[in-house]
Design a protein around this ligand. Structure first.
Ligand SMILES: Cc1ncc(COP(=O)(O)O)c(C=O)c1O
Length: 134
C-alpha cells in the first residue's frame, strides 16, 4: 500500500491511503468531521484557511512555541499577535489574551505545551458575556 501511495504522490483518503489516515477519523478524535494532514503546520494553515483568515486579520498566539504557531498566520497574510506566557506552565497567559483582542482578531492559537492544556481564556470571556446579558 505504501508504494502505491508514494508512486501516486497523493495522500488522501480514497487513494489507497485510507488505512494510514484512520487515526484522524472523526470517531477516533470524537469530532463530527476530521481531515488527515501531512504535518502539524499543514493542520494549522488549513484551520486558518477554514476560518477564511486573510491579510489584515490578526491571530493571537504565544511566542513560546514552534515557528509554525506564528508562520501559519503570516503565510495567509495575517499578523501574529503575541501574548506573554505564564511562568508556571510556559503556556499562553489567558488573563492577557483579552487585551490582545481587537476587531481584527480572527482566531486564537493557544498551543498546549509539555502535556498541559493551555487556558485559551474562553471561560472568563464566557462568564463575562453571561454576566452582561440581560
Ligand atoms: C506547537 C507546534 N506547532 C506546530 C508544529 C509543526 O508540526 P510539523 O513539524 O508536523 O509541521 C510543531 C512541531 O514541533 C509544534 O511543536
Amino acid at each position: 500500500m505504501l508504494r502505491r501511495v508514494v508512486d501516486s504522490a497523493v495522500v488522501h483518503p480514497g487513494h489507497g491511503s485510507r488505512r494510514a489516515s484512520r487515526p484522524s477519523s472523526p470517531r477516533y478524535v470524537g469530532a463530527k468531521h476530521a481531515i488527515g494532514c501531512a504535518s502539524g503546520t499543514d493542520a494549522l494553515v488549513l484551520s486558518l484557511h477554514a476560518l477564511s483568515v486573510r491579510g489584515g486579520d490578526e491571530i493571537v498566539t504565544t511566542p513560546f512555541s514552534f515557528f509554525a504557531s506564528a508562520s501559519c498566520a503570516a503565510l495567509l497574510g495575517a499578523t501574529p499577535v503575541f501574548v506573554d506566557i505564564e511562568p508556571g506552565t510556559f503556556n499562553i497567559d489567558a488573563a492577557k489574551i483579552e487585551d490582545a483582542i481587537t476587531p481584527k482578531t480572527k482566531a486564537i492559537v493557544p498551543v498546549h505545551l509539555f502535556g498541559q492544556c493551555a487556558d485559551d481564556g474562553r471561560d472568563s470571556r464566557d462568564r463575562r458575556a453571561l454576566a452582561e446579558s440581560p
